[in-house]
Ligand binder design. Structure first.
Ligand code: ADP
Ligand code: MG
Length: 330
């Protein structure tokens, strides 16, 4: 396994966004994004549809120009980094050439790169050998995505950028694909992939960058993001309890009562639970759990959606920006 520190020296970033915005008229597709993507890790770019993932990715590939701010890839302007062969990409849309086989297509694509892999290695690493002799435009949706991944790795680039790579994949294709992607990560490649699937980010990424409405909401490991959402859930059964009794408890963030079943979201499960007991209540079938990444993501984006531009939660943003620059800047 390599360290992945093949460009720019130890600790330097693969990608930096500094105060990057992209506006389309009134639409702020990307809004003042500052972040750093370290080398040699797998990073999920997580956000709902319309969050600005593709716009950000296209800017880092030099396909769209920021309205403001600077994007750097291995310290270079995106186009220069691409010309130097540092980046392989799989865009969200775009078909494959027709009338060529998969093997021929990969052969063509390797010629675009200064230091490509050989064709048979690409086919093997992307695990597309079984349909290498089929026409590229006669594949299933999932197979097409796997060939597009093969194209992304063909140049043996340090950075592999994948925009919603598993769209249209069934479970089997998805597993084969993730296996191939993990192997590239183990070779020390930096992998940045956009997704709106929480499980993918949770299971596969070393680092998760959450964006919503073009803004950075969180940046850290899945565990850190769950902690940033900062809530736990307490569930129990308590016949006859009223909403008012429960709303008196400390640290309650939200409450759901359905007949004798209660679910509380709390910012401090110990405090809430002890107060419940101190109030003389005796719940049964008690469950206390942390939020999953999915619930954390929903909580973080809902908090954000609840704020207008002016009232944007500065704490979450500052924390994310700090987490983001804390290590590499020193
Ligand atoms: P995501 O990839 O996270 O789904 P996008 O980056 O595609 O999000 O889009 C972010 C926002 O920018 C959306 O509101 C989208 O409608 C808008 N947008 C994207 N591309 C354009 C464009 N070429 N012209 C106008 N608006 C656009
Ligand atoms: Mg997109």
């Amino acid at each position: 396994m390599t360290t992945g520190e093949t460009r720019g020296g130890p600790g330097s970033a693969a990608v930096t966004f500094q105060d990057v915005s992209k506006h389309y008229g009134e639409v702020k597709a990307v809004n003042n994004l500052t972040l750093e993507i370290p080398q040699g890790r797998s990073i999920a770019f997580l956000g709902p549809n319309g969050a600005g993932k593709s716009t950000s990715i296209d800017m880092l590939l030099g396909l769209r120009k920021p309205t403001h701010g600077t994007v750097r890839v291995y310290g270079k302007a995106p186009r220069d980094a691409i010309l130097a062969g540092h980046v392989g990409a799989m865009l969200q849309s775009g078909g494959l050439l027709s009338d060529v086989t998969v093997r021929e297509l990969i052969g063509l694509m390797t010629k675009l790169h200064p230091r490509p892999l050989n064709v048979e290695d690409v086919l093997k690493r992307a695990n597309v050998e079984e349909f290498a002799d089929r026409k590229a435009n006669k594949l299933s949706g999932g197979q097409t995505q796997r060939v597009r991944f093969a194209i992304a790795i063909a140049g043996d680039s340090d950075l592999i950028v994948l925009d919603e790579p598993t769209t249209g994949m069934d479970v089997e294709n998805r597993q084969i694909f993730w296996h191939a992607m993990k192997s590239e990560a183990e070779r020390g490649k930096t992998i940045l992939f956009a997704t709106h699937y929480l499980e993918e980010a949770d299971q596969i990424a070393d680092q998760v960058i959450v964006i919503n409405k073009g803004r950075l909401l969180a940046n850290g490991t899945a565990a850190q993001i769950k902690a940033q959402a900062g809530f736990q859930r307490i569930a129990f059964k308590l016949p006859g309890v009223t909403r008012d009794q429960l709303l008196m408890l400390p640290n309650v963030v939200s409450l759901e009562v359905i007949r004798d079943r209660v679910q509380i979201q709390t910012s401090d499960s110990d405090k809430t639970f002890y107060a419940l007991l101190d109030a003389g209540l005796r719940p049964e079938e008690i469950e206390i759990s942390a939020l999953g990444l999915e619930q954390a993501f929903v909580a973080i984006t809902q908090q954000d959606n609840g704020h207008d531009e002016a009232a944007f939660d500065k704490t979450a943003f500052d924390k994310a920006a700090y987490d983001n620059t804390g290590e590499a800047a020193r």
